[in-house]
Design a protein around this ligand. Structure first.
Ligand SMILES: C[S@@+](CC[C@H](N)C(=O)[O-])C[C@H]1O[C@@H](n2cnc3c(N)ncnc32)[C@H](O)[C@@H]1O
Length: 390
């Protein structure tokens, strides 16, 4: 952690690295493009860098920002020599940003999360999306391709009113806009639905392969309801992903320390009768679950479909996911390890996660699942990037 400067608004690099000062000496897209054939991208709310990891084959990150020093440490440890602006987006000036094809913002979800405060898209934390648009407005040229990512509450709460505000703001800035809901479940054994709003500069010819005439697998009923009142909405098209092969049991780390017997017994006692009966039927089982309060009583509800529930962070007020193991007549429990959490986010085992258990778990729990970002980049963002440059 020593490489992370605590002050707001500084650039980071690994020790011993040549630290690029920001603003860089050149902010022209052309000069930086000569180093790489890939289109450039800016990443706001970059967290631990799994979006950058997912996009790496298709886009070159030229600037990233997050306010969390701990997440910045994860980002920098994996993406190396990279202009990372540690500090609040409120202090970022669009005048200082390099030109880029894509600008990505995974803006805070707490005010849109159904489990959170639900203050909405104008509230203190989720309202930081307006800082992103402010920075885009300040740029000499706005990036022609934008992605805003958030939880499904963006679409489902208040009949889509929060989404409408964002959609309108993007339309007013001259973008053609659509949104898709992607569940990480297609790629990794974790149930994690997220909304990706994809906006492209109007007037660009959109290849037919990228635009559907009607809702498809990425447009669940709550999205269709939310966008029904909008005049213009693009139903983006991507191929249906191949069937996922791995289950939660496949990515568990053998030998990770189990809970002590007393702690384990306390957790096992919380399992509802119906779930105990299901467990009893299995010779071997790995069943994850969250503590919940039902009728004023704490219970540990388990899943039996080989899939983990959505990783969440304690910041959102959630308890940690508990894993129950059954082998013959033996039952045991433990939390997920940080590496298991990373695997559930699709991060390769080579992905470095410095810091404590809590730091690592939080970094992964807040992230975008890497294969989801990669799929979106491969099948929609990269082709849109090409369409922009023809
Ligand atoms: C949903 S997470 C995005 C995570 C990231 N995309 C990833 O894959 O790890 C939202 C991020 O916004 C950051 N954030 C919150 N307030 C901020 C602010 N004022 N300025 C910049 N970043 C902020 C948080 O630290 C957090 O990493």
């Amino acid at each position: 952690m020593e490489m992370v400067a605590k002050d707001a608004g500084v650039n980071l690099a690994l020790p011993g690295m040549d630290v690029p000062q920001w603003p860089a000496s050149s902010t022209s897209a052309n000069s930086s493009k000569s180093k790489s054939a890939k289109p450039h991208f800016l990443e706001f709310f970059a967290g631990s860098g799994l979006v950058a990891k997912g996009l790496e084959r298709y886009f070159q990150p030229v600037w990233a920002n997050d306010v969390s020093a701990k997440k910045a440490a994860v980002y920098v440890a994996n993406h190396g020599l990279q202009a990372f602006h540690l500090g609040s987006i409120a202090d970022v000036s669009g005048h200082d940003l390099p030109q880029a094809t894509l600008s990505w913002a995974s803006f805070p979800c707490q005010d849109l999360s159904l489990a959170g405060l639900n203050g909405g898209i104008r509230a203190q934390r989720s309202g930081l999306v307006w800082q992103w648009l402010r920075a885009m407005d300040e740029m000499p040229q706005r990036p022609p391709l934008l992605v805003a990512e958030n939880v499904t509450g963006l679409l489902s709460s208040e009949g889509g009113a929060h989404y409408h505000v964002l959609h309108k703001a993007l339309r007013e800035r001259g973008y053609a806009v659509g949104a898709v809901v992607l569940d990480a479940l297609h790629w990794v054994p974790q149930s994690r639905q997220r909304v990706f709003v994809v906006a492209v500069q109007e007037g660009v010819h959109l290849p037919a392969a990228l635009v559907d005439v009607a809702p498809n697998w990425m447009h669940p009923p709550f999205l269709v309801n939310a966008v029904s009142g909008l005049d213009e909405f693009i139903f983006w098209k991507m191929p249906v992903p191949a069937k996922r092969k791995c289950t939660l049991a496949d990515l568990m780390e053998p030998g990770a320390p189990l809970d002590e017997t007393a702690a384990s017994t306390r957790k096992l006692e919380l399992i509802p009768e119906a779930h105990r009966a299901k467990l009893a039927q299995q010779a071997e089982m790995v069943a994850p679950g969250y503590r919940r309060t039902r009728n004023g009583r704490q219970v540990l509800e388990l899943r039996f479909d080989g899939v983990a529930g959505c990783l969440r962070t304690a910041e959102g007020g959630s308890s940690r996911q508990i894993v129950v193991f059954k082998r013959g007549d033996t039952y045991s429990t433990r939390l997920l390890t940080v590496r298991e959490a990373a695997r559930l986010m699709g991060a390769p085992d080579s992905y470095k996660i410095p810091g404590s258990y809590n730091d690592g778990y939080t970094a992964m729990g807040d992230a975008v699942a890497m294969p989801v970002a990669r799929y979106l980049a491969q099948h929609l963002l990269a082709p849109l990037g090409k369409a922009l440059h023809v």
